[in-house]
Ligand binder design. Structure first.
Ligand code: 13P
Ligand code: SF4
Length: 299
């Protein structure tokens, strides 16, 4: 354990703080964290966690989600500038306008959204549970699904629904091109292609396995294939290689710069100063909590 990591752990103990991190964060952040997971696991963990302080290493909406779930806890993030292009692609005002055009529609939103968008949402989903939750909604019920059009189109395809899709996307996943997968498949013809559903449909067509970060990890851990082409953000490589040291993982090379803003230095300072802290307007948080709780009860 290096000195900074040791000091971070010391501060956690002194302050009764818990560090939670997403699989896309830097390897050293994943190593120092108490808990790492996909977006669903982070939300589920927040629900049961015993601590005075939660430090969320990931992007802003993840900290906000933890604060909504745990209003009485102090929720800190190492860098307030860690945003998400997908969450940015849907503003609450524009979603209200779409809702007004479809007054009977149920609104299902991906967890990669602001608290204000969650407050306008009936059910939040993640890529781990979107299919399962949509399948629980009666087929005649009209649904607005946002903001990720790629995940929405994928769910429409596997469920046969015709949900109204918001035109948003994750710039990191959406910029992956099918030609990149083709090239890697030619170099590694026996490799299994693991892809995240935030990728474009033309990329997903080339995948053997489509799933959330946790689902992709579980697939690699529980199967005997030796090579995998990894079509999602490269931070996941750390956990893949840690759990499957004898397997070969070939990343497509997608980097989320926002996820990399959580560094050990910033994490240490954040624990020391208890800043920056996430705050969510109480009225918005109360509404957003209902759509998150709905997700947790349907997962
Ligand atoms: P999951 O970890 O839920 O698959 O989400 C991926 C992602 O892009 C998080 O921002
Ligand atoms: Fe947002 Fe995409 Fe980064 Fe995930 S990978 S945090 S969806 S920009």
């Amino acid at each position: 354990m290096n000195n900074l990591t040791y000091q971070i752990r010391q501060l956690c103990e002194q302050k009764h703080a818990v560090i939670m991190a997403h699989y896309y964060t830097l390897p050293e952040i994943q190593e120092v964290a108490d808990f790492i997971g996909d977006s669903l696991a982070l939300a589920q963990k927040a629900k049961t966690i015993e601590a005075d302080i939660i430090v969320l290493c990931g992007v802003h909406f993840m900290g906000e989600t933890a604060k909504i779930i745990c209003p009485d806890k102090k929720v800190l993030v190492p860098d307030l500038n860690a945003g998400c292009s997908l969450a940015d692609s849907c503003e609450a005002k524009a979603l209200s306008q779409l809702k007004a055009q479809h007054p009977n529609a149920l609104v299902i939103s991906y967890i990669n959204t602001t608290a204000a968008v969650k407050a306008l949402t009936d059910i939040v989903v993640t890529s781990s549970n979107a299919e399962k939750i949509v399948k629980q909604i009666p087929t005649e019920q009209e649904i607005i699904f946002g903001p990720d059009r790629n995940l929405g189109a994928y769910i429409n395809k596997v469920t046969g629904r015709k949900m109204i899709l918001w035109e948003g996307c994750c710039q990191v996943h959406n910029s992956i091109q099918p030609e990149q997968i083709e090239e890697l498949k030619q170099q590694y013809p026996h490799a299994i292609v693991l892809a995240h559903p935030e990728c474009n449909g033309t990329v997903l067509e080339k995948a053997d396995v489509i799933g959330s970060t946790a689902a992709l990890l579980n697939f690699a851990k529980s199967h005997d294939y030796e090579q995998y082409i990894v079509v999602t953000e490269s931070g996941i490589m750390h956990e893949l290689q840690k759990h499957c040291p004898d397997k070969q993982f070939i990343p497509v090379g997608a980097i989320c710069k926002d996820m990399q803003l959580s560094t050990l230095d910033k994490l240490y300072n954040c624990l020391l100063t208890e800043q920056p802290e996430i705050q969510v307007d109480a009225e918005i948080a109360a509404k957003a909590r209902q759509s998150i709780d709905k997700m947790l009860s349907m997962s």
